[in-house]
Structure formats: C-alpha cells, structure tokens
Design a protein around this ligand. Structure first.
Ligand code: AMP
Length: 555
C-alpha cells in the first residue's frame, strides 16, 4: 500500500504518465469500475457505449482517454480535437473543469460553451484556439451556424448523459451537430439508462461500440444482515456539518467513513478532529507503520472513527463496525455492498449511512435495485432532535446511577432541599445539570436552521461548536490524549488559566499541551499522552479561578 499503488492502477490501463500522475495527485487510488472497463477500449480507439450515472467516475472514464489521444497540446496551433456534449450548463462547467484538471500537465486548453453565458467571451477564447470544447447542444449549434466553431478537426466525440439530452429535446440539435463532424472519429456515449431510444442513437452515431456497464456482482448468499440503511440528502457545502449531526445522533462506537480520494480522507479527518471527534485517516499514502498505529488505536477504542478510502479499507481486519458511512454515494452498487457488508456482521445490528447530493439520486436508486433493499431517505437531524437524543442519554445514565446505588450522601442533599422545595423540582434541576454537563450546552442553545441554510461551521454540541469555530489546528493525535476538566466558560475559565494550571501543577512544558476547547460547563485539553496521568493526578482536587477542579480522561 504505497504511493506507487494508486499510480499502478491507472498506469496499468495504459494511460500517459502525465494523466496517471494527474489522477494520483487528485488522490484517486485506483480506477472505478466504469473507468476500468471503458478506458482500455477507448485507448484502443474503439467506440464505447457506457452505462453509468453521475458519481461513478464516468467523467474521468472518457476524459482521460480523450486527453491521452490529444496528447501534449501544440499551444501555437490549437484546434478543436475533442468535443463533449452535455445536457446542462452545470455539467458543461463541471466536465470542463475535470478535463482541465486531468489535462493540466499536457497543457490542454478546454472551453465550456453553454447558453446564458456571454458569447463575446466564448468567441475570444475560440479565436485564441482550444483543444477541447464541452458544450450544451443548443449553444454549440448556434456557434456552428455562425461559423464561429470549427469542428472539422474533431477526433473524439463524447455524448455525456445522452438520456438527459434526449429528455431535454436535444435530439435534432445532436443530429445537426454530428453531421458537421468528420466521419473518421471516435465516439463515446454515456447514459444512465440504455433504453431503446439510446440504442437507436447509438446505432446512428457509434461504430461497433464496445458496451460497458458497471458489473453487477451477485450479492453473497447467506443470512440477511440486520443493517439499517439510511441516506441523507445534503448540499456539498454542508456535508461536514450534516455528518457531524448524524454522528452525534448515532453515537457510533466504531465507524468507518468512506471517501473517494486520499485528499478527501485527509480533509475530512482533519475537519472532524477540529470538531472534537476522535477520527483518524487511513489511505494508501500511509506507511505500513502508520497504518498499524492507526488500526491499533481504532481497535483499542482510542479513536472511534476511521476515515478511509476503499483501497485502504480493503485489507482491514476489523471484526465489527457499528456504523459504515459513505461520505459520497459509492461509485458502483458493488462498492456499496462491500462497504456496507462491514457492519451488521455475525447477526449483529449495524447502520449504513450515505450522504448524497441531489444530483446523485440515480446512483442511489441503482444501488437499491441491485441490493433489492430500500434505503430510507431521511432528513438530517435538527438541533431539536439532538437535544431530545441527549436527554435520552441523560435519562439512561440516571437509571444506571439509580441501579448502581451509593446514593446515601446525595439523599441528604435532597432531604435538606426538600424542606423548602418540591421534590420533583429538585429532581428536575438535577436532571438539567446532568444533561447540560453531557456536552456543555445550556438551555438557551439557539435552534439551528434547517440544513439547507446551515452555515458550514455550525454544529450542535457545545464544546464542538467552539472547536469548529477555531481555525483548524493540526493536532498530532497520535501522541496526544484528551482530558476533561469540569470547569468552563461559566466559571470564567480561559485557555490561559488551563495552560497555567497544568504547566504549574504538573510541571510540564506548555508545548506538551495541545488543542483546548472551552465549553460552558467544561473544557477539553489535549496533553502529551505520556503526561496525561500525571496531569490528572496533579490537578485533581486543586482549584482554578477559585473553583475545585474535577478532572478525568475524556472518553
Ligand atoms: P463523476 O461520476 O464523473 O461525476 O465523478 C464523481 C466523483 O468521483 C468526482 O468527484 C471525481 O473526482 C471522483 N472520481 C472519479 N474517479 C475517481 C477515482 N478513480 N477514485 C476516486 N474518485 C474518483
């Protein structure tokens, strides 16, 4: 599992090294199913009819071979050699960006062309010369008719989301455009469904196409796992916030969150860390030693969340997970089945959570068809849901305290208060304190707006809110331990008080103190793991700002 591995995956397909390294630099560890199937025939110059929805990695499946064919661009004499037709302006922009990213090292110039955008700008860029045009059919045809788009040098045509283009009534435009292209060209057609009308345009525009579909692996026979499968629809910008809420609601004991790329794994584990979660990254870029350390900590329960790529997770020998989270919809139903199969093992219960963007709905439906199981689409928990959940946990903790006894010395307090107060009120006040001390939120915590307007930094937990609003600080969690101290903002405790108390009482260097999160009623301080026990012993029973300190390891 070295740096080489990701490169090998794409390299083995026969792609230009510049493209292999572009894929590696984007954190792609290996080709997705549609890429594995479509790239080799496209590199051989064959036409391809591909069945794949958004989210499967289909853009790279056609863009990489297209760029391979164009090769290093001759900047001085650019002419349009690749044409990609897409149904919408959003897709035009997205695909053009992808082509630009993949083709960066080849100096390929790409231009998105779509309606609603100033024609002047498009004309200027076309005059300068471009290698690849990504266009919506209507606007492409406008340019052809005005004589401003010369497609006589097109070697590769891609029809992306062909079914959508037909649905949008672009059949005639497509025909008019294809008529202007050289006969001798390569054509690839991608569509989420291959209905008869797709067959008919494929017959017209493609020559002996190789048909590629995401392979359907038969589901393993055997006992049905007891897995609750849930999806939440979220906008990309709010994904981390939504994920944080879902984690808070679910309180997983051991979870893997799957991301598509190494870069995403690193970014997400860092965002989660900054929000106070014990999350660690695992991907193909780690050394064996680093992997072992991360895994050991996960097995021992020091970290409760692993953020992983599929490749890194493949070799993981982990008995059972309480939760599997797909940070994006997996690129194929098989990938979903593999990931989700890691929870609900041996008849235990498990939860599979998928975060999805609205545009990925088709992929989700494919998965349901493949697994023959329903994925329940639910709303992201609200602040109110989280408060209710917290109260449930408080109530369970109280029952446990009632069962475990040892309440005599507290009864005297209740008796004393009971002389002047209603017993139920006393109990309610005690529940309130217990509830608030769970995560430091107070009763006036403002409600958080629905997820669609939720600012990305908001998260409902008191301490974690603070963590999220601080600039993310890279905590080297490998050798730091979190300590819980029962004093917070309401005791007017600030970071200086905590650092001062720890450094003086435990006689440790302030450099051995890491992130500090201060909530209303408690604080979490990271200290070097080797010093954690000494810090707890040294501070126990001491005072900070005149208040007695209660201190323990943070769970
Ligand atoms: P698409 O289906 O083309 O819209 O791609 C969906 C997402 O998958 C995009 O964010 C791509 O950057 C990402 N992606 C494409 N290929 C790979 C790969 N081989 N490994 C990881 N992520 C990928």
């Amino acid at each position: 599992m070295t740096e080489q591995r990701g490169a090998d995956g794409f390299g083995a397909l026969g792609l230009d090294p510049a493209l292999v390294s572009a894929a590696a630099s984007l954190g792609y560890e290996e080709p997705t199913a549609i890429q594995r199937e479509a790239i080799p025939p496209l590199l051989l110059g064959r036409d391809v009819l591909g069945q794949a929805a958004t989210g499967t990695g289909k853009t790279a499946a056609f863009a990489l071979p297209l760029l391979h064919r164009i090769g290093k661009s001759d900047g001085a004499q650019r002419r349009v050699r690749g044409l990609v037709l897409v149904p919408t302006r959003e897709l035009a922009v997205q695909v053009a960006e992808a082509v630009h990213k993949y083709g960066r090292l080849l100096d390929v110039a790409v231009l998105p062309i779509y309606g609603g955008q100033s024609v002047g700008q498009q004309l200027r860029t076309l005059k300068r010369g471009v290698d690849v045009v990504v266009a919506t059919p209507g606007r492409a045809l406008d340019h052809i008719r005005r004589g401003t788009l010369d497609l006589s040098g097109v070697e590769v045509l891609v029809l992306d989301e062909a079914d959508e283009m037909l649905d949008m009534g672009f059949a005639e435009e497509l025909e008019a455009i294809v008529d202007t292209l050289p006969e001798e060209r390569q054509t690839a057609l991608f569509s989420a469904t291959v209905a008869p009308r797709i067959h008919s345009i494929s017959k017209r525009y493609l020559r002996e196409p190789v048909r590629v579909t995401i392979a359907n692996e038969t589901t393993a026979a055997g006992k049905k796992p007891r897995v609750r499968e849930v999806a939440y629809v979220v906008q990309r910008a709010y994904k981390v916030a939504a994920l944080a809420r879902v984690i808070d609601m679910e309180s997983p004991t051991s979870a893997i969150i799957f991301c598509r790329t190494r870069t995403e794994v690193d970014e997400l584990s860092e965002s989660l860390g900054a929000r106070g979660y014990q999350a660690e990254a695992i991907h193909g870029g780690l050394s064996q030693e680093q992997r072992d350390r991360v895994l050991r900590r996960f097995r021992e329960g020091v970290s409760e969340i692993l953020v992983a790529t599929d490749v890194a997770a493949r070799g993981l020998d982990i008995e059972h997970l309480s939760h599997v989270v797909n940070y994006d919809v997996p690129s194929s139903p098989d990938a979903y089945v593999h990931r989700v199969g890691r929870t609900g093992r041996a008849g235990r219960e498990g939860v599979a959570i998928t975060l999805t963007e609205a545009r990925e709905h088709r992929l989700l439906r494919n998965i349901e068809q493949h697994t023959k199981r329903k994925i329940s689409v639910e709303s992201v928990p609200t602040a109110h849901d989280l408060r209710a959940r917290r109260l449930e946990l408080t109530s369970a903790a109280l029952e446990e305290a009632l069962d475990s006894g040892g309440l005599e010395k507290y009864r005297t307090v209740v008796e004393a208060l009971g002389a002047t107060r209603d017993i139920l009120d006393i109990a309610a006040a005690a529940v309130k304190l217990a509830d608030q001390s769970r995560d430091g939120s107070d009763k006036d915590e403002p409600d958080i707006p629905a997820i669609a307007v939720l600012p990305p930094v908001l998260t409902p937990k008191g301490a974690r809110t603070n963590a999220a609003q601080r600039p993310a600080r890279r905590t080297n969690s490998e050798d730091m331990t979190k300590i819980w101290i029962g004093l917070g903002r309401s005791a007017r405790v600030g970071p200086g008080d905590l650092v001062g108390a720890i450094a003086n009482e435990a006689r440790i260097n302030s450099r051995e103190i890491g992130a500090i999160d201060i909530a209303d009623n408690f604080s979490i301080v990271e200290v070097s793991s080797s010093k954690a026990a000494a810090v707890i012993a040294a501070l126990r029973g001491k005072s900070i700002r005149g208040k007695k300190v209660s201190i323990r390891l943070d769970r």
